[in-house]
Design a protein around this ligand. Structure first.
Ligand code: PMP
Length: 471
């Protein structure tokens, strides 16, 4: 049984008052063993997080081994309100009890109508006033595909402008737009990066040079850039290592694309619904994109993905982006409840305040640990880049990333009952994506466990290095 209490920040703190039913260790181990025997080699989180969740509430997951974990992975940024929030459960129950159909393709329903109304109420006004919405297959990557198809149809062009370090999903078009791809239709542009600045200077000047590079490529008739149908970017690169786009740079991207009639696509799959301290990540800069790709938190923990765009782009044909699962009623109900709860309780502001405090605390930790190369983020999307401080080349501006230490920190966190994510180009960034309902006390517990885990990981990696050197 759980007791929910509403805190001053409007967030809901959940105290678990009864111990989790303790399954015999063999159950837990048996499930993990069968998973490793039967599931694909491509499985991901399951490899670094060998836990078997059986119950969850708010920030807390309970494993089949009876252990409790503070979950700062939040379904890769999906769970704006944490696990099984009462307003989400209530919304789901209401639909089930009403006898409404659960599967309706893309037919109109009262649940979908209410979701769309709630979503439009949160969008930047200039977009909402003239917006169309396409419900997509229920993953972020499918909404990215839809956005690319939309702008290619509307402009009659095929090229795409995308950024170093980007992540947009795992289907063909989304992969093409992501940082690891080398497709000729995609022109890869430098994303400003304060710490590992491609121009070696960082700050405003680094971002300014990144913008100039984009401008000069687009205006150079011999640049070899295919005519772009659109530019796609993340307001804060998530999987790329938690890299916030500077506001001024984002405004430059808006101006550069607007001047050249290139639709600007904001991929807000991870940054949306209050995560970065504003309801949508683009609001920090005040820009209004032509297209927004939305998923993860908009489904209130159930699968849902949409693309929202200005009506002038709505020239694709009926069936241009079809799919069987575009009518998930439970996700729409859970999503509408989540959007309303975040809006009414001003959880974006809460994320901004608490996130700033957590960043400051982590920066304090960095001052005492040279293995922390950088601490960055926006709102409750936080990254700690771990580096190999001892092995920097004499002419290097910053030390190389340390994926080994990052993996050790993740494991030490898990031992201390804290679930964190890794990201970044070299998997050297520890990522914190706690729910927006995080209380002050929970934030302190998360930071304490993290600091403790970091110290332990530092000691163990140092011991291993010493041992290697002495052999
Ligand atoms: N875009 C961004 C910015 C993402 O972070 C992700 C997922 N991490 C995606 C797209 C793809 O979403 P999905 O995994 O639901 O396909």
């Amino acid at each position: 049984m759980c007791n929910a209490t509403v805190t001053a920040g409007g967030s809901t703190a959940v105290a678990v008052t009864e111990p989790a039913p303790v399954a015999p260790t063999s159950t837990h181990e048996g499930i993990l063993r069968r998973q490793s025997l039967r599931e694909s080699a491509a499985r991901t989180y399951a490899r670094s997080l060998p836990i078997v969740p059986v119950r969850a509430r708010g920030l807390t997951i309970e494993g089949a081994d009876g252990r409790r974990y503070l979950d700062c992975l939040s379904g890769a940024g999906t769970l704006a309100l944490g696990h099984n929030h009462p307003v989400v459960l209530e919304a789901i129950k209401k639909v089930i009890d009403s006898g409404a159909p659960l599967h309706v393709l893309d037919l109109a329903t009262p649940v979908k109508d209410a979701f769309t109304t709630e979503l439009f109420a949160t969008l930047p006004r200039a977009l909402a006033e003239d917006a169309r919405i396409q419900f997509c297959g229920p993953a972020g990557t499918d909404a990215v595909e839809a956005a690319l198809k939309l702008v290619r149809t509307a402009t009659g062009r095929s090229g795409l402008l995308a950024f170093t370090g980007a992540y947009h999903g795992m289907t063909a078009g989304a992969l093409e737009a992501s940082g690891g791809a080398t497709d000729v239709r995609v022109t890869r542009l430098p994303f400003p990066h304060d710490y590992r600045c491609p121009f070696g200077i960082g700050g405003e000047r680094g971002a300014e040079l990144a913008a100039r590079w984009t401008e000069s490529l687009l205006d150079d008739p011999k640049s070899g850039v295919p005519e772009p149908a659109g530019m796609i970017l993340e307001p804060v690169q998530g999987e790329g290592g938690v890299i916030p786009a500077p506001d001024e740079w984002l405004r430059r991207m808006r101006a550069i694309t607007a001047d050249r009639s290139i639709p600007l696509i904001a991929d807000e799959v991870q940054t949306g619904v209050g995560r970065t301290g504003t309801f949508w990540g683009v609001e920090h800069s005040g820009i209004v994109p032509d297209v927004m790709v939305l998923s993860k938190a908009i489904g209130g923990s159930l699968p849902l993905a949409v693309v929202v765009y200005r009506s002038g782009l709505d020239v694709w044909r009926p069936g241009a982006h079809a799919g069987t699962f575009r009518g998930n009623q439970l996700a729409m109900a859970a999503g509408a409840a989540t959007l309303a709860h975040v809006r009414e309780n001003r959880l974006a502001e809460r994320a901004a305040t608490l996130g700033a405090r957590m960043l400051a605390s982590l920066q304090g930790l960095a001052a005492a640990h040279p293995c922390i190369g950088d601490v960055r983020g926006r709102g409750l999307m936080i990254g700690v880049e771990l580096v190999d401080a001892g092995s920097a080349a004499p002419d290097a501006l910053v030390p190389p990333p340390s994926p080994r230490l990052a993996a050790a920190v993740q494991q030490e966190c898990l031992h201390r009952g804290l679930i964190v994510e890794l990201g970044g180009r070299h998997a050297g960034v520890v990522r914190l994506l706690p729910p927006l309902t995080l209380t002050d006390e929970q934030a302190v517990a998360v930071l304490d466990r993290f600091a403790d885990a970091l110290a332990a990981a530092e000691r163990s990696t140092q011991r291993r290095t010493d041992n290697r050197q002495s052999h």
